[in-house]
Design a protein around this ligand. Structure first.
Ligand SMILES: C=C(O[C@@H]1C=C(C(=O)O)C=C[C@H]1O)C(=O)O
Length: 647
């Protein structure tokens, strides 16, 4: 193998670039505080989405000119702008509440240093440039007592999580305290397996964790049933146990928290959901004022009585005053069975005229109503660009696109009227041969996979696409075991390829290779695989137009290999930025323009996968891809139905 070119020098260059990037980011942050000062004197709103749109459109264009794709530039800048907006809010908030301005503040939170609550609290204080004196508590009541008694200035209470939902205990506690909500903060919760330095994954027998992380990682734990679970009162307690334990124990916690206990993360990404976030509320003895330039939230609790339609009447009051409700929860009222207390978060400042009017009307119809607090909303919705602004073509694709339009382009029906038949091992995929594939990341492979592979085969799948989210090199031992088990179950192995160098290893095990969407513009990968003889699935990039996708297919076909399948996996959806929407219109267009088989990958879709699968099959798809874990039950009835439709 060729020696890596002067790795150390290259790394030094990267390190110095990273230093410059950080210096620039810090300078940008300082400037945004200056902007907040000017908005303070002009009384202008913090958020200016028109300015953000202009800025993002320009950056996407400039990024493209330098070879950076739009999604990359947008996600970086969404993070930068979120930080900028939150810092400006924190600045104005502190100006509006001079009594609360302190250099040092005491904060009560669940657990001890390193717990998720601790991380949320320390980030909140850091943004406000106050030194945190931390008071770890054993439970939520203790947190409330610490604040009520004056022992702590603030209490941090987790209120909801994207995987496990609302935290009922906290809602129940809010019914009985006199504390005011003065803030909210949301943190990303990255669950890892944390162990003492030198511990090996295969030696771990016992896991310590708080019940919340256990429920948020239920899928990982179900796949690794050999661990003995020990429940703890907080993640910090779990980490402390591991710090004093041997090499057979591990804790579930954040890498950042683990570092405080000298623990290393030996497995990452344990949570069921990729986006795993927890929202905390901040409580204090006294309510605060929220400046009118800052987007505010107000939390109310209310009992409406059992009259039919009472809750609807309440909601109509909010609607009549044009107030958006962002959350509604109900909890039983202790001591009065069958009655419920409602918790409402509304997007409004309690000091605003319309909120005051709505409140007066609500007071008339509710049996009980109390404002728990008004505080700055920390939800900074990313500003979206219009479709047209995003689809500015990269110059590099223009030539290929013109080529694609030529009548003799190889992917066209004019070039080849009959549909292409692609053979992957024992499986044929074509206009006449419909295939069902499952998809899973290689990380999910474990020793009990044989049974799962058999179940996939029994459900009617013909092959499995193995993706590799890990940017590290391929683990060949794992790959060979996995492919052996797939072969034993009679399933084709379709392996995702990220770099040309991986071809020699992957083609030894694979019936076909998948060029993932993010590599769709990778010309060297396209031409290398185009020069090979292995069948290939070309996935559409989530931001690519049909023409760009076909231009990549053309580049591949021109190199010689004609065994190509197009794979539609969904495009960015501006309603749900984190989800993908399957583009069935493109399926229809491609079927008309090209002889290449098209398969539709539904495993990233949030929509009704069964309905989409049936629609895709009726619109001429040559196959579908479902999630190897989530969709196994659905597939037992869906796949026979799809095969029946094909006959
Ligand atoms: C910095 C400003 O405030 C906010 C943050 C922005 C940014 O960080 O670029 C842009 C617009 C505003 O939503 C501004 O108004 O310029």
């Amino acid at each position: 193998m060729k020696k890596a070119p002067q790795l150390n020098q290259l790394r030094e260059l990267i390190t110095s670039l990273d230093n410059e990037l950080l210096t620039l980011l810090a300078k940008r942050r300082l400037l945004s505080i200056e902007v907040a000062r000017s908005k303070e004197s002009d009384i202008r709103p913090i958020r200016d989405t028109t300015r953000e749109k202009e800025l993002l459109a320009r950056l996407v264009q400039q990024g493209r000119d330098q070879g950076l794709d739009a999604h990359y530039v947008l996600s970086l800048y969404h993070t930068i702008i979120e930080d900028s907006v939150l810092n400006q809010q924190a600045y104005l908030q502190s100006q509006a509440n001079p009594d609360n301005r302190k250099h040092r503040t005491s904060v009560a939170y669940l657990g001890a240093r390193g717990s998720y609550s601790y991380l949320a609290a320390s980030r909140y204080c850091q943004r406000r440039q106050v030194e945190m004196q931390d008071i770890g508590c054993a439970n939520f009541d203790e947190i409330a007592n610490a604040v009520e008694s004056g022992h702590a200035d603030y209490g941090f209470l987790p209120i909801e999580n994207t995987s496990s939902g609302s935290i009922n205990e906290v809602f129940d506690l809010l019914q009985h305290t006199n504390l005011a909500i003065v803030g909210e903060t949301t943190i990303d919760v990255g669950h890892c397996l944390l162990a003492k330095s030198g511990s090996k994954l295969e030696d771990i027998k016992t896991l310590y964790a708080h019940p919340q992380p256990i429920s948020q990682c239920s899928r990982y734990l179900a796949h690794n049933g050999h661990y003995k679970l020990q429940y703890c009162s907080s993640s910090a307690e779990a980490m402390e146990k591991v710090q004093h334990g041997d090499h057979t124990v591990a804790a579930i916690g954040s890498a950042e928290g683990g570092a405080l206990y000298e623990l290393e993360s030996i497995e990452t990404g344990l949570a069921n959901q990729k986006v795993n976030r927890t929202r905390f509320i901040v409580v204090a003895r006294k309510a605060i004022d929220v400046p009118e330039q800052v987007p505010a939230k107000t939390t109310l609790i209310m009992a409406t009585g059992q009259k039919p339609g009472a809750l609807v009447d309440t909601l109509l009051v909010l609607k009549a005053h044009n107030i958006n409700m962002s959350k509604l929860e109900s909890r039983p009222i202790t001591g009065t069975p069958w009655e419920e207390m409602f918790y409402l978060d509304v997007d409004a400042n309690i000091a605003s005229a319309n909120m005051q009017r709505a409140l007066k009307e609500l007071e008339r119809i509710a049996r009980f109503i109390k404002v728990l607090g008004c505080y700055a909303s920390e939800t900074v919705k990313p500003t979206r660009l219009e479709h047209g602004q995003l689809l500015i073509e990269p110059d590099s694709s223009k030539v290929a696109k013109q080529q694609a339009r030529k009548l003799d382009a190889r992917h066209t029906r004019q070039f080849k009227p009959s549909g292409t038949e692609v053979t992957l091992g024992q499986t044929v995929i074509s206009e006449q041969h419909f295939a069902s594939l499952a998809q899973m990341p290689i990380e999910w492979f474990n020793d009990s996979f044989t049974a799962h592979a058999m179940a996939l085969k029994e459900a009617g799948f013909q092959g499995v696409i193995i993706t590799n989210n890990d940017s590290n090199a391929i683990d060949e031992v794992k790959l060979s075991k996995l492919c052996k088990q797939l072969a034993q179950a009679g399933l084709e192995a379709i392996l995702a390829i990220e770099q040309t160098q991986e071809l020699s290893i992957l083609q030894e095990y694979a019936s076909a290779l998948l060029i993932p969407g993010k590599q769709m513009f990778n010309k060297s990968l396209l031409s290398t695989l185009g020069s090979s003889s292995i069948p290939v699935l070309l996935e559409r990039n989530t931001m690519a137009s049909e023409d760009e996708w076909l231009a990549s297919a053309e580049l591949f076909l021109q190199a010689g290999n004609q065994q190509l399948i197009l794979c539609e996996s969904g495009v960015r959806n501006f309603n749900h930025p984190e989800a993908l929407a399957v583009d069935l219109t493109s399926l229809v267009n491609l079927r008309a323009q090209s002889h290449l088989p098209v398969i539709v990958n539904l495993s990233y879709s949030r929509d009704n996968r069964e309905a989409l699968a049936l629609a895709a099959s009726k619109l001429g798809a040559s196959g579908i891809v479902l999630d190897a874990l989530d969709d196994i039950e659905t597939s037992q009835t869906l796949l026979p139905e799809l095969y029946r439709l094909q006959q």
